[in-house]
Design a protein. Structure first.
Length: 708
């Protein structure tokens, strides 16, 4: 035991010293160790095989001396045929030096036999490899597959030539999937086959989805000059990647629904340019929020609340003359929460009948008094988040242009809380209108595609965002230059959010599926069925056991047959190590579609990782400071000329016409982050009542809502 401990300590000391070496000394040490290893292997080979060669040579000499035709000299040599074996065993270094330098030897016979032995060994190894290669392929965990036999199934793993038909090797633009034999593999920007770039990624929590897929594909998007839209539930992607993306010329924005004082602002009512947009707005809000308790007929209440929300949105977005103006979602809530139904009724009754809000509101008013009150309560419950000043602030103006990613390189991050769904409807509005604006922009181009391709990395897709009719959006976005990467933890999670029919449509729209890690039986069964069955070879060995003599030594029988088995069983999929992933590849033209078993590739293996690390070392971790330096942006409404925009309604009075000479634009200012806490640990308790949330600016000052 002491000897083992001594060797262990010596090895640790050598490794610690090696780590401290400079790169040049490390290279020299590796070269020296390799040379010593080769020399040692050569001497060991001469010692073992050389001795065996001397014995075989002596055996040949002895057999020749036993012949009746042997000469006296051969008979004399046979008497001392094995004397040299001992010398070769005890002098390996002298033998190795003589055979390596080609010195003249008194007995060159053993050297020739030694060379013949190497030739026979190489020929035997090649024959064994050839037999294994063409008789039985090796599957998962050493399963003996029969690639040329499809009697019970033809499923197999993709080889390098299969990957080359649809993928490219090495770092570059496109979609990174993993690595095959230490070579990165990716779907190229210019596809090699007829398929789409949508990807479904399945990985249980903690399996490295962000580490090995999201960050890696941010790097590939930068290499390809693509815009990026990322869901970032933890906020770590924005924190770590923002400085790098800015250094590459990207316009970086963040909608932060967790730390709202660090967020850029976005007024989603700015996206209402037609009554149809108001329909979409109301549909998304109702579909992604929860109303108050209902006694029955939930479908009726949802439709009634949606119609009322549409009317209120159109009211705050258009003045009584039908001219477009800037309204806010806080104004909608104030109208509901005012408590004066008669005053609200008078506002709508004074609107002209051709006003876009008049018709929807009057339909809502047709409900009885009790029903009307329940509709108001239900809608107010859905919008109760606008009781918070921070929510009002980030939705009162627009600093995020949803059209811009299709025109120039942008990186938009959406940070939503993963502990509660209170603000999920804002993220749903963001993605819904992003799809609408980008598709409209692509359709307006001559080739029907965006000028700058857009890559959407939807991490924790089923947990943080629900996009109504997503199965339709992902199907139509493909041809416009928009690729969607749907990243989920399991299939039941996707089924829970989108239903048993819609999830299969989403899956069918993704030509590529990446399975990183599976922990549930449902997903494991699905993946196993999709992999298919293969034909494998089985062997049964038997030996006869006699009552008196026992088992016969040379009476062993072996029966071989073929049978079917899944390429991977569900339990093998669950036990698959995190360093490997299963990839269902796009189907190559006129070829069979075969899955690939790849190794995961972390973003730290990219050449850009060193630059990213260096930037993060010199960039402050508090990104709120960078928001103070940003230029305030004015939202754009291309469908309305500037001269038609008028100030916002007052929620307590009927809107009046305002002359253009009365309108004075007010500069909006970016949000100021809260001051950092002092190092004194008692500061928080001492100033518990002194530190307050910033109050909203008074009317006409600060961030007053003004015309565009």
């Amino acid at each position: 035991m002491k000897a083992i401990e001594t060797l262990s300590h010596a090895g640790d000391n050598i490794l610690s010293r090696f780590r401290d070496f400079s790169p040049v000394r490390k290279a020299a040490a590796v070269a020296g160790a390799s040379a010593l290893g080769l020399a040692g292997a050569y001497v060991l080979d001469v010692w073992t095989l050389g001795t065996a060669a001397a014995w075989l040579h002596g055996l040949g000499t002895w057999l020749k001396g036993q012949s009746i035709f042997a000469t006296p000299a051969e008979k004399a040599a046979a008497a001392h045929a094995f004397d040299a074996v001992s010398w070769y065993w005890h002098h390996p270094f002298s033998t190795a030096r003589a055979w390596l330098t080609g010195s003249e030897l008194t007995n060159p016979g053993p050297g020739k036999v030694w060379l013949y032995l190497h030739g026979f060994a190489a020929l035997g190894a090649f024959s064994w490899w050839l037999g294994r290669r063409y008789r039985c392929g090796t599957g998962w965990s050493g399963i003996r597959m029969k690639p040329g036999d499809a009697t019970h199934g033809s499923a197999r793993w993709a080889e390098a030539r299969d990957l080359a038909r649809v993928l490219e090797f090495g770092f570059g633009p496109g979609i990174l999937l993993g690595k095959h034999k230490n070579k990165p593999v990716r779907i190229p920007q210019k596809l090699k086959a007829r398929h789409n770039k949508n990807v479904l990624v399945i990985g249980s929590p903690g399996c490295g989805k962000s580490y090995s897929y999201v960050r890696s594909n941010i790097f590939t998007a930068v290499r390809g000059g693509e815009s990026i839209i990322v869901t970032d539930p933890k906020g770590e992607l924005y924190r770590d990647m923002a400085a790098f993306l800015k250094s590459k010329g990207y316009v970086v924005k963040v909608l932060n629904l967790v730390r709202m004082w660090e967020s850029h602002v976005k007024n989603f009512l700015d996206e209402i340019r037609t009554p149809l947009d108001a329909d979409v707005f109301a549909q998304v809000v109702i579909a992604t929020t929860e109303g108050g308790p209902k006694k029955g007929g939930d479908g009726f209440w949802d439709r009634a609340e949606q119609n009322l929300l549409k009317a209120l949105a159109l009211y705050v977005c258009y003045d009584e003359n039908g001219d477009r103006r800037r309204g806010t979602m806080g104004e909608i809530y104030d109208l509901i929460a005012s408590g004066d139904k008669d005053a609200v009724n008078r506002k709508f009754e004074k609107l002209p009948h051709n006003h876009p809000a008049y018709g929807p509101y009057m339909i809502s008013k047709m409900a009885g008094e009790n029903v009307w009150g329940n509709i108001i309560i239900g809608l107010g419950t859905r919008l109760q988040t606008f009781q918070q000043e921070e929510v009002r602030r980030i939705t009162e103006a627009s600093e995020i242009d949803l059209n811009l990613p299709g025109k120039e390189k942008c990186a938009y991050f959406v940070i939503t809380p993963d502990t509660h769904p209170a603000f999920n409807f804002l993220a749903s509005l963001f993605f819904t209108f992003t799809f609408i604006r980008l598709i409209e922009q692509a359709d307006a181009n001559k080739n029907g595609r965006l000028e700058v391709p857009v890559k959407m990395l939807l991490d924790e897709f089923a947990n943080i965002v629900s996009i109504p009719d997503f199965e339709k959006k992902i199907a139509t976005a493909r041809s416009r230059g928009i690729e969607c990467h749907v990243i989920i933890q399991s299939l039941p999670q996707l089924i829970r959010v989108y239903g048993r029919d819609s999830w299969q449509e989403i899956r069918a729209c993704c030509s590529t599926v990446v399975v990183l890690k599976v922990e549930d039986d449902y997903t494991a069964d699905y993946v196993s069925r999709q992999l298919g069955k293969t034909t494998v070879e089985t062997s049964n060995r038997s030996r006869e056991i006699r009552p008196l003599t026992g088992p016969a030594i040379f009476d062993e029988r072996e029966n071989r047959s073929v049978t079917a088995r899944p390429l991977m069983t569900p339990d093998e999929i669950i036990r698959m190590p995190a360093s490997q992933c299963i990839v269902f590849l796009p189907s190559p033209n006129d070829r069979e579609r075969v899955p690939a078993l790849l190794s995961t590739l972390g973003y730290t293996e990219f050449p850009e990782a060193a630059e990213l690390k260096q930037l993060n070392q010199v960039t402050p971790r508090n990104r709120a400071a960078s928001l103070q330096e940003r230029e305030p942006e004015t939202p754009v409404c291309p469908d309305e000329p500037a001269e038609r925009l008028v100030p916002a309604h007052s929620v307590t009075s009927i809107p009046e016409n305002v002359g253009r000479e009365q309108i004075e634009p007010v500069q909006t200012e970016p949000p100021t982050p809260p001051p950092p806490a002092p190092t004194d640990p008692g500061y928080e308790m001492k100033n518990k009542n002194a530190v307050k949330e910033p109050e909203p600016p008074a009317a006409g000052t600060g961030r007053t809502v003004v015309p565009w």
